[in-house]
Design a protein around this ligand. Sequence first.
Ligand SMILES: Cc1ncc(COP(=O)(O)O)c(C=O)c1O
Ligand SMILES: N[C@@H](CCCC[NH3+])C(=O)O
Length: 436
Amino acid sequence: MNHFDYIDGVLHAESVPLPRIADEVGTPVYVYSAATLRRHYTVFVDAFRKAGVEPNVCFAVKANSNLAVIALLGSLGAGADVVSEGELRRALAAGIPPERIVFSGVGKTEGELRFALETGIHEINVESESEIRLLSKVADELGRDAEIAIRVNPDVDAKTHEKISTGRKENKFGIDIDKAEDIYALAASLPRITPVSVALHIGSQLTDLEPYRLAFRRMADLVERLRANGHPIRRVDLGGGLGIPYDAETPPLPDAYAQMAVEEVKHLNCEVMLEPGRMIVGNAGILLSRALVVKQGDAKRFLILDSAMNDLIRPALYNGHHGLRPVVEPAADAPYAPVDVVGPICESGDTFAKDRSLPPIEEGDLVAFSSAGAYGAVMASTYNSRLLVPEVLVDGDHYAVIRARQTYEEMLGLDSIPSWIGTEHGTDAERIEATG
Ligand SMILES: Cc1ncc(COP(=O)(O)O)c(C=O)c1O
Ligand SMILES: N[C@@H](CCCC[NH3+])C(=O)O
């Protein structure tokens, strides 16, 4: 069942026609389906329950950090996986209890560690020797004990895009698994620190179970060795990364993933933590845009939209594929032709799709990019001084604007012009010479 589908020839989000949102909120706009979010979360948790484990699911807030999305998942029981003080504050503001929050990330500041300890979150996942020492110092100053996980790097090739692979030796993440025993010994020797968990996350958009299996097996072996060394390991954090179908991919279903994971770690009798992001939100969102210009060049036909790489950067950054559907359903016999789908930004990288086979789309028509709920709005910027893209959440036959459209006044209000601008001596030519 797809919650973004044609009803009477018009694309809907659940029961809300997308032209209504375009008229009332404007475009571009992200539109999420509450029903899809609920279904994905439930399917994921149930997969682990069926496999015999009650999981502790911490939604990876980086995939979609809108407060309403976090709050909706929180209302279903989700915790949060955060990677910055900003994300931690978002999770708290959305009502996630501190004891359901885990703080990951390869470089945390002293201030962030202090805030996390003061807040009393469930777990800090530490990724380097320096971070362990810093955390011990801060915990000591605050007089608080810190139960930690150490994120290990199992040196496994996740077979995903190189920019989102995180579990190989040459990636910056985690502590090499063969150094882990020494680092756990060091951690246990420091004031206020008790390592109770092992964490890993080998990459994002994984479409194959084997890299996971290998990584979980290496992790389970490590847990046994750590316990033999006297460490009270009672949790494992298996990270996130399960892929979704954007195009022709066939990622494993949650049931198969859960079964495999449980097979690899059940014998440890540990609490099992998971950090899914994309799998929960990716296909729960679309980016709704309007066609501004249709231009027939010498070599190509261009469809220029009112959304751009600043709103959805995945195609420009990772050659990411997002399906594109006209909001008015094309006739069954509509002729399809190749078109380059682009945005108005002044660089050729502002391309959503090359030679995409599409039915006729006219200037003023609405179109929707699919699978845009994860790493879409969160990666948006205001490049070219475009306004930050708004977001909408649909639930059944109603919707709410969950991030308002920014105004130009708000955008301009962020900058300030120092009074000394324009008061320097010398001509422009001299200044250019002086600065090379
Ligand atoms: C530590 C950590 N956990 C969880 C995730 C969520 O990944 P995904 O959205 O691929 O499930 C990420 C991002 O890849 C991550 O870096
Ligand atoms: N931003 C990436 C995923 C990054 C995963 C972060 N750990 C994407 O759009 O696919």
